[in-house]
Design a protein around this ligand. Structure first.
Ligand SMILES: [Zn+2]
Length: 282
């Protein structure tokens, strides 16, 4: 559902969704029985006994004369990592009357394959008029040979297809740890899942909205911040960032959205000594 805040409208755009990953692959250290308390609470995040039901969500932010896309999904596909599906981001934009040339800013929260799939196509940037923003540390990390080799194991060739054309054209603009890119629209370092992952924070008066990307892969991690996904590149840093985000978002009573959660925004509630994810009801 769209959220209006700080002079912007924020709409989640689901590029693809489905049961793509076994729990034991994404969370190899979490025993299957530990998921039990969360099955009733978050039924739309599981498929059968042992599979996650996953969304890959991008966001369209419009306001203050800007048309901003947060993340670029899995791409045109068909993508073997996501059930050979094709991403539908461009159709979602078209349904809102937007062509790729209407996007003025593309924020790449991080450079995993499910976040930059549509960044470039056939060697050209997909969004021809946009500036593409990525954290400096993220860009540096994903140029390293060993990181590229590890990523190639997960999604063969995606960096060559989706990132290299942007770099060859000198397109990505790097940002630092906390940057206001438009009035009230901030990018803040949120490291651990990847070294230079960023969250997007809209600050209004009152209220704030945090798009936390993959700080949390599953809403159970709000209560279990030490649960790491296999895709957390630095586990201890990822855990530290989860605790930091939980504390601050709770303190601010922020609305929160995460790339792979159901698209309904939620809040971080305190429950005894821990936190829990509470989707807002309309
Ligand atoms: Zn992701």
């Amino acid at each position: 559902m769209p959220v209006t805040l700080a002079g912007y409208t924020v709409e989640p755009l689901v590029d693809v969704e489905g049961a793509f990953f076994p729990l034991a692959i994404v969370f190899p250290d979490v025993p299957l029985e530990s998921w039990e308390p969360y099955r009733d609470r978050f039924p739309d995040t599981f498929s059968q006994e042992d599979m996650l039901y996953t969304r890959v969500t991008c966001y369209l932010i419009r306001g203050h004369g800007r048309t901003v896309l947060v993340d670029a999904g899995i791409g045109a596909g068909p993508d073997p990592l996501f059930g050979h599906q094709r991403g539908r981001l461009l159709q979602e934009l078209a349904q809102r009357g937007l062509a790729p040339g209407d996007i003025d800013t593309v924020i790449l929260t991080h450079l995993h394959p499910d976040h930059i799939g549509w960044a470039a196509q056939s060697g050209q940037p997909t969004f021809p008029r946009a500036r593409y923003l990525v954290h400096a540390r993220e860009l540096e990390t994903f140029q390293r040979e060993e990181v590229r080799a590890a990523m190639h194991q997960i999604a063969p060739g995606y960096l060559d297809r989706c990132l290299d054309p942007l770099q060859q054209a000198g397109i990505p603009a790097t940002v630092d740890d906390d940057t206001e890119i438009a009035p009230g629209l901030h990018l803040t370092i949120s490291p651990g899942h990847t070294p230079g992952m960023m969250r997007v924070v809209l600050r209004g008066t009152p209220g704030s909205l945090w798009l936390v990307a993959d700080t949390f892969t599953h809403p159970a991690q709000v209560t279990e911040p030490t649960w790491c996904s296999a895709f957390d590149m630095d586990r201890s840093q990822a855990i530290a960032t989860r605790f930091e985000v939980l504390g601050r978002a709770h303190e601010e009573d922020a609305l929160v959205m995460a790339s792979h959660f159901p698209t309904t925004p939620g809040r971080i509630r305190q429950e005894n000594d821990s936190f829990r994810w509470e989707p807002i009801s309309d």
